[in-house]
Write a protein that binds this ligand. Structure first.
Ligand code: SAM
Ligand code: SF4
Length: 332
């Protein structure tokens, strides 16, 4: 009999995957993710690295087997390597993975690999330096490309690019981005922009470019073979014929992925979010700080939270965002 506790919500979905935003700060200001003048959290409100480790351990003891460290830009948090090294040693944590904008990877790739990070997702929306800078407002494409070069030889189980495609901004680079991935035998996912937070640079509905349009563009050049493989995420994957690469589509608008949801998120200040597209949350920092020496109340709070995990998001590009928190807070 399996006696490991499990996190199961009221729709009978098993939660095995935690996405943890370790900072809301970032060295980029991507136009779809942040407003130009973001107010970041005072540092005192963030969970400390030690608190994050206790929190992750609690989730792992409750049956979570995969943890993604994200942000903001996780690699700009002070001493974050120490956290990776601690988490890499957790027994029963099968997969420690990372989402990054790649800007710090040139210097951090080796220590991350040595700490036990198994897979890395790197965001890359353009291969044109000027356009890259326009989308990220401040980012330097060269840094990211050097970061990608640094991870390639290291033996990570999987390296994947993430690209948010926006009409009239970068939809003409879909083929180039896929060719870039193919040349490096890595995977790539295309993400539909989600209405998280109020942004000024563009109207989200006007910039919407659906996964079906992207797939249609790709199928003019490549043969895509559907795979049954799932990585426990919302992406649908296709093998690109005669290459070592797969392409995935994350389509919150056109193909809702809520039924199979296996994940929860924690914000940098320790708020447990039960759904990317809803506000249901639980303040785990309060529980952690009220019981610093006993993780039982923390675990109970996580178990109790399963009762309020909503059935799904209801993103709608035509109205003002209902979700005012930005992706960098959310653990995207
Ligand atoms: N800074 C890291 C990065 O950019 O990879 C990690 C955090 S970032 C919030 C995680 C992912 O969310 C990135 O791939 C980014 O492109 C995506 N993202 C941010 N805002 C988004 C939005 N409004 N809709 C869809 N994807 C978004
Ligand atoms: Fe920073 Fe990532 Fe948001 Fe871009 S998508 S602003 S890199 S957190």
């Amino acid at each position: 009999m399996n006696t490991t506790p499990q996190l199961i919500d009221k729709f009978n979905r098993k939660v095995t995957y935690l996405r943890l935003s370790v900072t809301d700060r970032c060295d980029f200001r991507c136009v779809y993710c942040m407003s130009e003048n973001m107010q970041f959290l005072p540092r005192a409100q963030l969970l400390t690295l030690e608190e994050i480790e206790v929190l992750v351990q609690a989730f792992v003891e409750l049956g979570v087997s995969k943890v993604r460290i994200t942000g903001g830009e996780p690699l700009v948090r002070n001493n974050v390597l120490q956290l990776f090294q601690g988490l890499g040693k957790l027994e029963n944590l099968k997969e420690l993975v990372l989402t990054t904008n790649g800007s710090q990877l040139e210097k951090m790739a080796v220590p991350l690999y040595e700490a036990g990070v198994k897979r890395i997702n790197i965001s890359l929306d353009s291969l044109q330096p000027e356009r890259f800078q326009k989308i990220t407002r401040v980012g330097k494409l060269d840094n990211v490309l050097r970061g990608i070069d640094a991870v390639l030889p290291l033996g990570f189980k999987r390296i994947k690019l993430n690209a948010v495609i926006m009409k009239h901004r970068n939809e003409d680079e879909i083929i180039d981005l896929v060719n870039f991935a193919i040349a490096r035998r890595i995977d790539i996912s295309f993400i539909e922009e989600m209405p998280l937070g109020i942004i000024s640079e563009h109207a989200r509905a006007e910039a919407y470019y659906s996964s079906d349009e992207i797939r249609r563009d790709l199928e003019e050049v490549f043969t895509l073979i559907p795979t049954t493989e799932t990585t426990g995420g919302p992406a649908r994957y296709y093998q690109i014929a005669n290459t070592g690469s797969r392409v995935g589509f994350i389509s919150p608008h056109s193909h809702n992925f809520c039924e199979a949801c296996n994940r929860v998120r924690v914000t940098p200040e320790g708020r447990l979010l039960l759904c990317l597209g809803q506000e249901h949350s639980v303040d785990l920092r309060r529980v952690l700080r009220a019981h610093p020496l006993d993780t039982a109340p923390l675990k109970q709070a996580i178990i109790d939270a399963m009762a309020i995990k909503p059935k799904g998001h209801d993103f709608n590009l035509e109205r003002q965002p209902q979700i005012l928190r930005y992706m960098n807070m959310t653990g995207g």
